[in-house]
Design a protein around this ligand. Sequence first.
Ligand code: UT7
Length: 322
Amino acid sequence: MIHSRITGTGGCLPGAPVDNNALIAARGLDSSDEWIAERTGIRARHFAPAGTAASDLALVASQRALEAAGCAPNDIDLIVLATSTPDFIFPSTAALLQDKLGITNGAAAFDLQAVCSGFIYALAVADKFIRSGSHTRALVVGAEVFSRILDWRDRGTCVLFGDGAGAIVLEASTTPGIYATALHADGRYRDILAVAGHVCDGQPIGDPFLRMDGQAVFKFAVKVLAEVADEVMRAAGMTADQVDWLVPHQANIRIMQATARKLRLPAEKCIVTVDRHGNTSAASIPLALDEAVRSGKIGAGDTVLLEGVGGGFTWGAALLKF
Ligand code: UT7
């Protein structure tokens, strides 16, 4: 039986961190470091400079993941890239990344849009490709420049997000690997987190900025994250006490703590980067995973639970042996 297994991780955070006070001063916001830190856990985030696109951040994260996996770009036969802030309408950011990496072997490459759940969706898709036998080595990437879709007059959202990219190499293996994945969506909740605009006849139509009903998202997130975590553990025949690390989507420390409590996981088992990265949407989980691996927290043989929730509404989880 074919399984898939993570063999390398990489991350990229552009530029220097921008702390809450620097952001408030730069944008003239009616806010405070205390409010942001207490309500969200966020103390700093990174922003990509003008001219740096999602594919540029994805390139650095992917190069680091490839190096960690000990493989060359042309060993990759599948690229699945999750983003809500692509370089262009088309070609896909995955195709641009393929070119920037110098991959010329015809590897399949496509973008996947599930907002902050994007990396979990991309991982589940790549896992299924590999387990089907059609592909053997995938680059799975989450890359975002959310700073481009923020309304700097909306203090309820603009303090929450940052830019970055995370990547993994996922390879065919005779042993797991990925034990179980679960993906869900409910489009009836599409309005509580959205960028409800598009381009038509050369003009932006609708609202080109991110809008969020924070409290509705908060309640929804806490409920579905606990449910989907249970779902993958049941599917894998495991219980929470067998989980070594929880790597949740990094949106709000209070959501992450509530999820860990519901799963009866000690807070120390929850990987936290939201304080330094903010919410980097599809990049947040692979960035947190990479940081935990490189700092020596997550090591070979550890059982890791990844989970995310985001616009759509979408949510999902993956349970794996690292
Ligand atoms: O990645 C997708 C997932 N996204 C999330 O998980 C986000 C989930 N939601 C949240 O994290 C929280 O709902 C927020 C952090 C967005 C907001 O926290 P909250 O405790 O739900 O605050 P609120 O929206 O109820 O606002 C409370 C007050 C309001 O003032 P009034 O009406 O009580 O006078 C807001 O105007 O806080 C005010 N406020 C702010 N004050 C200072 C909103 N944003 C700010 C701000 N600084 N940046």
